[in-house]
Design a binder for this molecule. Structure first.
Ligand code: HEC
Length: 126
């Protein structure tokens, strides 16, 4: 019986981390012209300096950084919301800032849509 209690407590510890709500909010903003144009304008204003005009990671400031900014034209197919989550909270290093104090959730989602628009290649080619 003691053994069973052991398993019980062990599994509580093991699974206690699994029930949490999703870490990031899914981006449900429509990918329409209005949001894409807004996302593009925000991108040029806030991100292009490091990530480059076309998002290739070759912006003027980016070239001076010890860490190369991510090539945003070649992002893995993240679940909807994960790109936005990294914009909101910042990248893996101190060189990719968190934008939660600068941009609203909606603006971040517009940028997310814009980035997705050139990463989801089949949609783009149609
Ligand atoms: C000061 C330079 C700088 C600015 C401005 C900047 N970034 Fe970054 N970004 C980086 C660097 C450097 C990396 C790669 C290292 C890292 O993840 O910390 C990066 C990584 C990323 C990543 C990948 C993150 C990951 O977890 O793999 C995304 C997405 C991104 N940036 C989006 C943006 C967007 C959108 C903006 C504008 C709102 C922006 N960045 C503005 C420097 C910058």
């Amino acid at each position: 019986m003691k053994f069973l209690y052991g398993i019980y407590f062990f599994s509580i510890i093991l699974f206690s981390g699994c029930g949490y709500a999703p870490m990031f909010k899914e981006n449900t903003l429509p990918m329409d012209e209005k949001n894409l144009l807004a996302g593009q304008a925000l991108f040029q204003q806030h991100c292009a300096g490091c990530h480059g005009e076309k998002g290739k990671g070759d912006g003027a400031i980016g070239l001076l950084l010890p860490v190369k900014p991510a090539d945003l034209t070649d992002l893995p197919l993240f679940p909807a919301g994960l790109i936005e989550f990294s914009i909101l909270t910042g990248g893996d290093t101190e060189y990719m800032p968190a934008w939660k104090k600068v941009l609203s959730q909606k603006e971040i989602e517009q940028i997310g849509n814009y980035l997705r628009s050139f990463n989801i290649k089949p949609v783009n080619k149609e």
